[in-house]
Design a protein around this ligand. Structure first.
Ligand code: ADP
Ligand code: ZN
Ligand code: ZN
Length: 747
């Protein structure tokens, strides 16, 4: 028998099958979906490959398969092929998401209480740049760095085994500050140390019961159906999920629960464990080590797990007998992958729901506009989502009062501090009453940028066309795109003036200002700079809660579904930062963030207060969040989208190019443009000329883009895939192309 395999490499040219002989002794074991090792080309090392077809004979002289490592199901292979077509990538890129992480690794020996694990020390962009410019040449070193990139937190033995390298090379990389060793307490079962009281199910409110009944009906009928559980923050969506899952488990079926990033919401996980115990729950998220992920995945494959809770990629968990898929906070942009394969977990969930004939439940207080649109379509087309509403908070706490402060007026009245008079007194009041406050500012660092007052010079990154951000810690300027750092200038390099000023605000500066204005208050800060590799979301949040810290200062991260009973005040320092982004979703993002932050206030019997500071209080997304009126927001925004023809009324196709060579990128993007002009018809598609991206250079690579507006269907997919092949066949050297439909960011 002959196996048709796909080689596990990302090169576009390898996105096709190769034939290999299945040795007699392996014939019973190699199936479609097997991961195997094969000799390939002149390489001495065996290559990983996936069997995607089996046939009687081959037209070529073929080599033998050497080893079988793992098996996927038929369905997984089909799914991978489907994804490759729809997300414009290689089949092997997609298969990787479905394999047991770290298959073939040698079983770990008994471990100590603490072990040394490995992280990248340099930013990945910088490493990639060094590889590209041949500053880094050693194939083994590159192999190690690539592995660590995908498996941060791996152990040294793991690293040696998987990359087939030695300790000496790893040590060199540590010495040269590419890698760092971090001491970590091990917890092979990520839930091992969790000890929680069990909770019984709550008596559902009428609204909850109605929603529950509707979804239960589709469980009973074993039919695919998609639901949108649209419920204000604190309306008890999670309780509905828990009771649905109980039904599913009683039927001997299994459940997948997706949450934005589980490591950000330990409280959510706790609620599942205290209801179902930890034996039958698996968690999958990016903070697990490769060993942990391997073990969780294996437990799932062995049928020991009933509930998988995880971030985006947990949608590929190999559960059998799936009975329900739940996607919490479904509006969250992390469900769409920004790296290859650029899949959308909600689309995969829909596919899985259809195959497994089970319901898919999307939950949110501020649904994605596309989802809400589909849930409100009148015609009974097959795509329709059934809308279920929860309008009241479950534990009868009332929604917080929201006040919007006009920062222009504050300035006019001579207040130049970051806190308006109202926010200042509200914080003061809260401190007096020993209640907690959350302050939200969507920008990390200290000041946004520094500028010369005399000549207007700003310090920009030498590699990227973007201003550097000032970080007080270490007194350095940092590029948030590539990680480049340099010392702060005190004399302007352009004109020699010493009038260098700091502009804008960041979380660091806010914390300093709060400490100055309220020296009696304890504060804690949460942003990517404080929450880095050492798993400290949970630590910071627990500290804030348990030690009753007065003020939590943070970026986006504080917005997700945490529940702090003692928080009664939430302050938004500037609501405008998300409005000023060059994206058609700016209003939607602003409304979502403000509503989610506001939802953190007064979640129990204490009345909550929210103060939103803004330079544009008249903007309707700010007004709607003041009224906490999603429906009004939706009506206004959907009318705008319709008028300007933006999703959901069309799709946005982003074709992005990046290259070290400016001439080449122009040629390649122009070729692509001309080709698409011929094959896409003008009535249905508006194709914009190739243009530099808003951030037109990152890490010395030029960036161009083509934007197309139109409805993407199977035929469009075919055309785009063909266009990609056509351009890649032109043998240019330096340019990479990506296609993304409705990407999160257009920058
Ligand atoms: P959501 O997921 O919609 O934000 P939660 O499920 O977190 O809401 O519920 C908010 C609070 O209300 C929680 O403390 C939860 O225990 C409580 N709760 C939920 N459902 C009920 C119910 N039926 N009766 C009483 N309390 C409830
Ligand atoms: Zn100057
Ligand atoms: Zn940079």
């Amino acid at each position: 028998m002959i196996a048709e395999v796909i080689i596990n490499r990302s090169a576009k040219k390898l996105n096709r099958t190769f034939d290999y002989n299945i040795p007699t002794e392996m014939q019973d074991f190699v199936i479609i979906g097997s991961k195997v090792l094969v000799p390939f080309g002149n390489s001495k090392k065996l290559e990983e490959a996936y069997v995607i077809g089996i046939k009687e004979s081959s037209n070529y002289e073929v080599k033998d398969i050497v080893k079988i490592e793992d098996n996927l199901t038929d369905f997984q292979i089909k799914l991978a092929k489907w994804m490759a077509k729809h997300y414009f990538c290689n089949v092997s890129d997609c298969i990787k998401l479905m394999l047991t992480p770290g298959t073939g690794r040698k079983e770990n020996k008994v471990q100590d209480k603490t072990i040394n694990v490995i992280y990248l020390k340099k930013e990945i962009e910088e490493i990639e740049f060094e590889i590209e410019t041949k500053k880094l040449k050693s194939e083994k070193q590159i192999r190690i760095l690539k592995f660590v990139k995908d498996n941060e937190g791996c152990t040294i033995p793991e690293l040696e085994t998987f990359t087939d390298t030695s300790r000496a090379i790893i040590n060199t990389l540590i010495k040269n500050e590419y890698l760092e060793l971090v001491e970590k307490t091990i917890e092979r079962n990520p839930l091992e140390n969790k000890k929680l009281e069990t909770t019984e199910k709550l008596q559902l409110t009428d609204e909850q019961q109605q929603a529950f009944d509707k979804i239960e009906e589709s469980l009973k009928n074993e039919k695919f159906k998609e639901f949108l559980l649209y419920g204000v923050t604190g309306s008890g969506k999670t309780e509905v999920y828990l009771q649905l899952i109980k039904k599913v488990i009683d039927e001997k079926k299994t459940a997948i629960v997706l949450v934005p990033e589980i490591s950000l919401t330990p409280q959510m996980l706790d609620r599942f464990i205290s209801r179902f115990g930890k034996e039958e729950i698996a968690v999958l998220h990016s903070k697990l080590s490769i060993g942990e992920r391997h073990d969780e995945w294996k437990k799932i494959k062995d049928g020991k797990i009933k509930i998988v809770i995880g971030a985006r990629s947990a949608i590929f968990a190999p559960l059998e007998n799936l009975g329900i898929i739940i996607i919490d906070e479904e509006h969250d942009s992390s469900y769409k992958s920004e790296t290859t394969p650029k899949y959308n977990a909600k689309e995969i969930a829909e596919l899985l729901g259809k195959v497994n004939k089970c319901p898919v439940v999307l939950g949110s207080a501020t649904p994605d506009l596309n989802t809400f649109y589909r849930a409100n379509l009148d015609n009974e087309n097959s795509k329709k989502i059934e809308l279920l509403k929860l309008t009241k908070r479950a534990n009868e706490s009332s929604l917080p009062d929201v006040e919007v402060v006009d920062l222009k007026m504050e300035l006019a009245n001579g207040n130049r501090s970051m806190l308006s008079v109202d926010l200042y007194s509200a914080i003061e009041e809260n401190l007096k009453n020993k209640l907690q406050t959350i302050l939200f500012l969507n920008r990390r660092g200290y000041s946004t940028f520094i500028m010369c007052r005399e000549c207007g010079y700003t310090v920009k990154c030498p590699n990227c066309n973007i201003s550097l951000t000032y970080h007080r810690f270490g007194n350095i300027l940092k590029c948030h795109y590539c990680g480049h750092e340099e010392k702060v200038v005190t004399i302007c390099p352009e004109c020699g003036s010493d009038k260098i000023r700091y502009f804008g605000t960041g979380t660091q500066k806010l914390e300093q200002e709060i400490n100055k204005q309220f020296p009696q208050a304890s504060t804690i800060r949460m942003d990517v700079d404080t929450v880095s590799k050492k798993n400290s979301h949970e630590v910071i949040l627990n500290k804030f809660k348990n030690e009753n810290i007065d003020i939590l200062i943070g970026t986006q991260m504080v917005v997700k579904g945490h529940h702090f009973p003692n928080v009664t005040l939430v302050g938004v320092i500037t609501a405008d930062s998300s409005l000023n982004i060059d994206d058609y979703r700016a209003n939607e993002r602003t409304f979502q963030i403000l509503t989610q932050v506001a939802g953190r206030a007064g979640r129990e019997n204490k009345k909550g207060k929210v103060i939103i500071q803004s330079y544009t209080p008249e903007n309707f997304s700010i007004e709607c969040s003041k009224k906490q009126d999603y429906d009004l927001f939706y009506e206004t925004e959907i009318a705008l989208r319709k008028q300007l023809k933006y999703p959901p009324f069309c799709d946005i196709i982003l074709i992005s190019f990046n290259s070290l060579d400016e001439k080449e990128i122009q040629n390649v993007s122009m070729n692509m443009y001309n080709y698409l002009k011929q094959v896409l018809n003008e009535e249905d598609f508006k194709i914009f000329k190739p243009m530099p991206c808003p951030v037109d250079k990152i890490q010395n690579r030029f960036r161009w883009r083509i934007i197309i507006k139109g409805k993407v269907d199977e035929n469009t997919n075919l055309i785009l895939n063909k266009a990609l092949r056509m351009v890649y066949n032109q043998n240019f050297k330096n340019t990479r192309i990506g296609i993304d439909v409705n990407p999160n960011s257009m920058m």
